[in-house]
Design a protein around this ligand. Structure first.
Ligand code: NAD
Length: 483
């Protein structure tokens, strides 16, 4: 690897196949610093032979890992969590430099990922199944949870380490070997994770293959020995993976895009709404599947919410990852910035108005200004499609129409409801067809609770015991008591 950032301790050159460091077979890939556009590092991608090698190692390790006791699997996960915790400064530096997010934000994500892993360690020891019993006279029925087999885990670039942990943790806890493919733009923390795991996770059980989706990802997904594919990524990627999995009916677990609304009734706390719209609409530069990107507000307080959200946006400190006080950084790549700018330009051309932001600041790197748009139609592409940038649209909506408008997009991932009326909040939570509903807040994620969407936002859950269940199959064993 070629190092250009003076303080960055890059992972060792190569990729980790089943716990061994080998030279990657693919071509070199330049990683670009999103905050400057300069080359950050050069790493070699895996080639398809490396992918095959990783899957073969996983197949070789599959039976022994499946037979490891839950206590021993939990110990492996706890040791890995300890390693990550001890390496937090280094991992945060790598994540910040590679994604462009502020160092403090990168560092704040890692304790949560460590807690996730420790939760999965506990969950490995407490499988969720019905009790054995005589459900038919003369027969005892019992359930076994069996690992599904080799898991291909495909991660995105917005939270590279945390999304990888959300896949690896439950898959390993359930007794499966894992081959992880990080996003091509952000492989550094995955490579470091493999280094940290090398003498903690048994040989063959965990591999990391770097490279793009079209060649390396699709080869991994199509491998006949891969029993399950777990993706966090875009809807179109989920569709491509589900199609590739269909022939052999490989299991899929898909965490896809979102277009999360804030549903704001007239009795809501305007300042709290504005604060959370700014925090969760612009946090991670809006590159978040649950970003609070659509604020639907009762007309009585619409103007007040616009004014307060605009003021909150003005207070967001945009800066480079290693700038003191930076709250959000640049977008991930120049292509992505062009995409975000295109959405905003077309929205403005169609009649929307930016109360703040709307363009790229005059500086190096892939920055985009925190932007609040008013006047966009509900069926405009800026409202219907995932922008994945620091752009929040605010709309006046009559209270009686709020739930319907909240769901008038193709995604069903998450929503927040803002009201002082508990009964109304609970009715809305009941009626919304989304995977997570927050009441008078937006964004809290909890290791013990599931995260994942419905419909085009995907299926299967990350986090919680439900995610460990998702990486196992149930087997019914029946004993005849009279023979
Ligand atoms: P992406 O779909 O472009 O890429 C995700 C991963 O899939 C990458 O590793 C990529 O290389 C790989 N990939 C692409 N095509 C592939 C193929 N044909 N076969 C196998 N692998 C392939 O997504 P992204 O741009 O990295 O991430 C942003 C997306 O992720 C957004 O849509 C966001 O909403 C979503 N996301 C969802 C959640 C959630 O929990 N629902 C969380 C974070 C991000």
């Amino acid at each position: 690897m070629m190092e250009t950032h003076p303080t960055l301790a890059l992972p060792q050159q190569g990729i980790w196949l089943g716990g061994e460091l080998v030279s990657a077979g693919g071509a070199p890939r330049r990683l670009v610093d999103p905050a400057s556009g300069a080359v950050l590092a050069e790493i070699a991608d895996a080639d398809v032979a490396d992918v095959d090698h990783a899957v073969t190692a996983a197949v070789g390790a599959r039976a022994a890992w499946a037979r490891t006791t839950p206590a021993d699997r939990a110990l492996v996960l706890l040791r890995l969590a300890d390693r990550i915790e001890a390496d937090i400064d280094n991992l945060a530096m790598l994540e910040a430099a590679n994604t462009g997010k502020p160092l403090a934000a990168a560092a704040a994500e890692i304790p949560f990922a460590v807690d996730n892993l420790r939760f999965f360690a506990g969950a490995a020891r407490t499988p969720t199944t019905q009790a054995a019993g005589e459900y038919v006279a003369g027969y005892t029925s019992m359930l076994r949870r069996e690992p599904v087999g080799v898991v291909a885990a495909i991660a995105p670039w917005n939270y590279p380490l945390m999304m990888a942990i959300w896949k690896i943790g439950p898959a390993l806890a359930a007794g499966n070997p894992v081959v992880l493919k990080p996003a091509e733009l952000t492989p550094l923390t995955a490579l470091r994770l493999a280094e940290l795991a090398a003498d903690v996770v048994p040989p063959g059980v965990f591999s990391v293959v770097t490279g793009d989706g079209a060649t390396i990802g699709s080869h991994l997904v199509a491998h006949p020995e891969v029993a399950m594919i777990t993706l966090t990524g875009e809807v179109t990627t989920g569709q491509a993976i589900a199609t590739a999995a269909a022939n052999r009916l490989a299991r899929t677990h898909l965490e896809l895009g979102g277009k999360a609304p804030m549903i704001v009734f007239a009795d809501a706390d305007v300042e709290a709404v504005a604060l959370l719209a700014a925090m969760c609409g612009f946090g991670n530069t809006g590159q978040d599947c649950t970003a609070a990107c659509r604020v639907l507000v009762a007309p009585q307080i619409h103007d007040a919410v616009v004014e307060a959200t605009t003021a909150a946006a003005e207070g967001v400190v945009v800066g480079a990852p290693f700038d003191d006080g930076a709250e959000i950084g640049p977008l991930i790549s120049s292509e992505h910035r062009e995409r975000v700018a295109g959405f905003v330009d077309r929205a403005v051309a169609a009649g929307a108005r930016a109360t703040i932001g709307g363009g790229s600041p005059d500086r190096d790197g892939w920055y985009f200004e925190p932007t609040v748009l008013v006047g966009a139609d509900h069926d405009a592409e800026i409202v219907q499609r995932e922008v994945f940038g620091p752009v929040v649209t605010v709309h006046p909506v009559d209270e009686g129409d709020l739930v319907e408008m909240a769901q008038a997009v193709p995604y069903s991932l998450a929503a927040s409801v803002w009201t002082g009326d508990v009964g109304r909040a609970m009715r809305v939570a009941r009626d919304l067809h989304v995977g997570t509903v927050w009441i008078n807040d937006h964004f809290p994620l909890i290791s013990e609770m599931p995260h994942g969407g419905f419909g085009l936002s995907g299926h299967g859950k990350d986090l919680s015991a439900a995610s460990v269940d998702a990486y196992s199959d149930l087997k019914h064993v029946v004993v005849n008591l009279d023979r």
